[in-house]
Design a protein around this ligand. Sequence first.
Ligand SMILES: Nc1ncnc2c1ncn2[C@@H]1O[C@H](COP(=O)(O)OP(=O)(O)O)[C@@H](O)[C@H]1O
Ligand SMILES: [Mg+2]
Length: 272
Amino acid sequence: MLEEVVATRYVTPLREGGSLPGIVEADDLGTYVMKFTGAGQGRKTLVAEVVCGRLARELGLRVPDLVGMWLDPVIGLGEPDEEVQELLKASGGLNLGMDYLPGSLGFDALAYRVDAVESGRIVWFDALVGNVDRSWRNPNLLVWHGDLWLIDHGASLIWHHNWPTAAAAATRPHDASDHALAPFGPDVSAAASELAPRVTRDLIASCVADVPDVWLVDEPGFGGPDEVRSAYVDVLASRAEGLHDRITVGTPGTDGPSRAPGWLTGRPEAAR
Ligand SMILES: Nc1ncnc2c1ncn2[C@@H]1O[C@H](COP(=O)(O)OP(=O)(O)O)[C@@H](O)[C@H]1O
Ligand SMILES: [Mg+2]
């Protein structure tokens, strides 16, 4: 189960992405990036954050701690921004908090080097969860104390928006040409050998178990939260099998990122 905290103060909205998360303080004196059930795609975004965040961590990737965050919309009464007011009003109850990484920087391929092993693991993981939201345009990666941290998995597991097509999604190819780490020569094959055997049904089930029931109830076609949970396990377990053969890492198009110079990546230009 996710640890739960109570939101005590809305500090400021984060406007870089689309879903208007906010920096919010909680009763454990922690500061969190709060993602709201009342935003855009609603609670499924939060389900994706929990399932992917937990899974990534189990596979050794860095994702800030996640908590359930209780919100009484009254804390937003003094908020001057109407859009924020509406979002808070629509999000009373349990929301998601991600530990705020103070002083972190957005990933910049020209300033930060990622090796083939780490980039391979991240590209393989993103293919597993169908994350197309880690492109060079919008990397959703932070650099904090010299390490790379993964954020924003809300647009992953896209198939859970249309369950009847979910089984087919398990074998869908994944084009990672646009991935923020594609220019670093990701060793997807090594990542697949290392990570695929670890993505067992038990491991996925333990991650999905952390999704609060309130985000899984009343899902059309399912008898209850546990049935929905096992559907996530089915899709992810079958997607992990043979995934490597379905990943393409081409080169970005002409509007792609400028390549990191050789003195940064340690590899000759031609090898990238
Ligand atoms: N845990 C975090 N610590 C510090 N900054 C964060 C954290 N999570 C998100 N941010 C910042 O907030 C922005 C928006 O968050 P994100 O999760 O990408 O939401 P979305 O893109 O859906 O709006 C990020 O691009 C990043 O700059
Ligand atoms: Mg984002």
